[in-house]
Design a protein around this ligand. Sequence first.
Ligand code: AMP
Length: 253
Amino acid sequence: MTQVITSIHDWVLTWHRELGDKSIGFVPTMGALHAGHQSLIDYSRKDNDITVVSLFVNPTQFNDKNDFERYPRNDEKDISLLGQWGVDYIFMPVYHELYPDNYTYKVSESSFSTQMEGASRPGHFDGVLTVVMKLLNIIHPDRSYFGEKDFQQYSLISKMCEAFFMPIEIIMCPTVRDQDGLALSSRNALLTEEERKRAPLFHELLRSSLKAEEIVKKLNESGFRVDYVVDYENRRFGAVYLGNTRLIDNVQR
Ligand code: AMP
């Protein structure tokens, strides 16, 4: 039976203690679940005795209030899916318990986090790193699972754990895509039918052999508003808007 927990104290003082030395895998999410989330959960279930998934739309990582309000939410459906997917515990904290300091304390990184997503969304990674550190400190997992789709996020979290000597294995899981190549994302639900049909061109161009500037030109011509297409180390990263919806993706080169 899947157990839903909203209170931090209940998890720390009761449920976590009862697990003894069972290994714990943890998958943080913002809900509106899809097969990308499910694959992270499958990896966790393979590696660990117990899998915990958090559902929390973290306000501190949204630099735009409208984006936070528009973000898709469907708790009832998510809880039912997580039950079907064999998750043991669902952690759904409330803001005032997770942020007793009302976000006066934060975790910042001052180098890689200023690029790409960080450059376009000021404060975004402060919010991400802060909430993930809080969640890891509460859940105390052995391993935690993150998607390659958000590679910059994965990399920053992995290095945060090293920097702060947090004894947790951070595991990257491959991007799950629709058949037409579009990376699954909760935000895809916000695309109109017509935008959804155009969306796969983004991934198709990112993985092509064209230069970054040529990709930007082609995307602009096809009705995307390009935020960035950047080659960094052995990857090509991109962020675009289709209408009001922001999509990100990256591919190895
Ligand atoms: P989110 O709910 O969007 O914050 O995502 C929660 C976790 O799922 C993050 O580690 C994401 O990188 C991961 N994730 C989201 N979409 C995908 C996908 N299409 N494939 C693999 N992982 C994903």
